[in-house]
Design a protein around this ligand. Sequence first.
Ligand SMILES: NC(=O)c1ccc[n+]([C@@H]2O[C@H](COP(=O)([O-])OP(=O)(O)OC[C@H]3O[C@@H](n4cnc5c(N)ncnc54)[C@H](OP(=O)(O)O)[C@@H]3O)[C@@H](O)[C@H]2O)c1
Length: 338
Amino acid sequence: MSQNFNIPVEKSYNAKDTRYDKMSYRRCGHSGLLLPALSLGLWHNFSFTDDFENARDILQTAFDHGITHFDLANNYGPPYGGAEANFGKIFEKDFKAYRDELIISTKAGYDMWPGPYGNFGSKKYLISSLDQSLKRMGLDYVDIFYHHRPDPDTPLEETMGALAQIVRQGKALYVGLSNYQAPEAAKAFKILEDLGVPCLIHQPRYNMLDRWVEDGLLDTLEDSGVGSIVFSPLRQGVLTNKYLNGFPEDSRAVKDGRYLKTDQIKETLDQVRALNEIALERGQTLAQMAIAWLLKDKRITSVLVGASRSSQLLDSIKALDCQEFDAATLESIEEILK
Ligand SMILES: NC(=O)c1ccc[n+]([C@@H]2O[C@H](COP(=O)([O-])OP(=O)(O)OC[C@H]3O[C@@H](n4cnc5c(N)ncnc54)[C@H](OP(=O)(O)O)[C@@H]3O)[C@@H](O)[C@H]2O)c1
């Protein structure tokens, strides 16, 4: 009896047929996994306090343009868990039929629930947190599960053992680390390798104004065959033209100053203005240049952007149209960043 594989799946969103036409995909370290040059993070703008339809529009726009990777964490909100719960609703409505075309990640490592078991790096915390995340998102598994930050007090063997167990249980396909410095990352990679569950990826902060990863981490990742996905590539919006003429009411710095302070922004404005001039000479926006500047390093697997509206994402994606830098431009940028 022949099977009909073409039974239409009822869904409210039809992804564009052109979604894979322009995005480029990069191999993640020595693994079999390809990630889009741009990925989308749900740290801000996707929780209960945000506009649900706007969040949905951003996710659809991303996928329609080949952004196959959505990055979450247990405590993205507010409230904690809010981004995962909302993502779960959107996934159910729009993306369930596309599950096999998506790479969905989440993390645990920061403060999540009260008491001694809802923070840092114990096996108890990581296993229970991922179980909660899967329920909130309505998923059977995530593609990547991260330890969100190093824990100085839990033996690395325990934390890495928990990650390996999670993969063996089928709750995550791959595991990653975030915010680990080079020496501790190298130790963790060795433990994971010995456990037969190689680390797929590291997620550090990296942008033109914050270059700590150049001081050893990127070399360590390359030597270990581990990929990298870099967060806050636009320094939360500072490396765009957004703050050149003041502080817009709808900007992150004004709406939610928890992690982005206006004073910090003021300190870098001269550099940002000078960078903006170079971007304009290149015929691109500063956001596009900031992304292209990261992508020129082949050790970067993916640039993990955020967006508060789909028009920003469409702007950022155009970074792919102008990625080359001549030596003189790179030198001018270095002068500004000194
Ligand atoms: N592992 C970790 O510890 C960690 C930490 C932080 C973030 N992350 C991950 O990284 C993701 C991205 O972080 P991020 O949101 O800080 O990234 P980002 O891309 O540096 O900043 C995103 C913000 O920049 C502004 N923006 C984006 N595109 C723009 C454009 N083309 N033109 C003008 N403004 C633009 C928007 O700000 P407005 O809201 O002001 O419009 C947007 O919310 C997070 O969602 C999360 O997944 C991980």
